[in-house]
Design a binder for this molecule. Structure first.
Ligand SMILES: [Fe+2]
Ligand SMILES: [Fe+2]
Length: 138
């Protein structure tokens, strides 16, 4: 899921950057940098437990999304990630692996921050449409 988010947000960064939405591009970039940190932390923990971290995304990235699609898509992606990580944390606690549970809960604090950032933009676009977007273009 982290790999999918990184690939998706990088692709969106290119789209937003080339269309002149510099602020949005930087928002997405700051978030994919955090997802890269999550990927590293989860991979390290999987190795500690004797597993092998995957190099494949959960799903392949969507390409060429328009701007209103981007922020609705990302809001849903973060929401789904939070649901999954909450479930994974519960499974870890049942197995008495509190270290992994805590790691997932800490990561979920970041995912919630991502979710809120994306939701704010999604809702502004839905409410104010082109007038909001034209203010955001460089
Ligand atoms: Fe993440
Ligand atoms: Fe996230």
């Amino acid at each position: 899921m982290e790999i999918q988010a990184i690939l998706q947000y990088r692709n969106q960064f290119y789209e937003l950057d080339v269309r002149g939405y510099d602020d949005f591009a930087e928002t997405v970039k700051a978030i994919y940098i955090e997802e890269e940190e999550h990927l590293g932390e989860l991979g390290k923990r999987i190795k500690e437990l004797g597993g092998e971290p995957t190099a494949d995304p959960f799903q392949s990235a969507e390409r060429g999304q328009d701007i209103s699609t981007i922020f609705a898509f990302d809001t849903d992606l973060e929401s789904n990630t939070m649901d999954s990580y909450n479930q994974f944390a519960m499974i870890c606690r049942e197995a008495r692996d509190t270290i992994s549970a805590r790691l997932l809960e800490e990561i979920n604090t970041d995912e919630q921050a991502h979710f809120i950032k994306y939701r704010v933009v999604r809702d502004f676009i839905a409410q104010y449409g082109d007038s909001y977007l034209s203010n955001k273009a460089r």
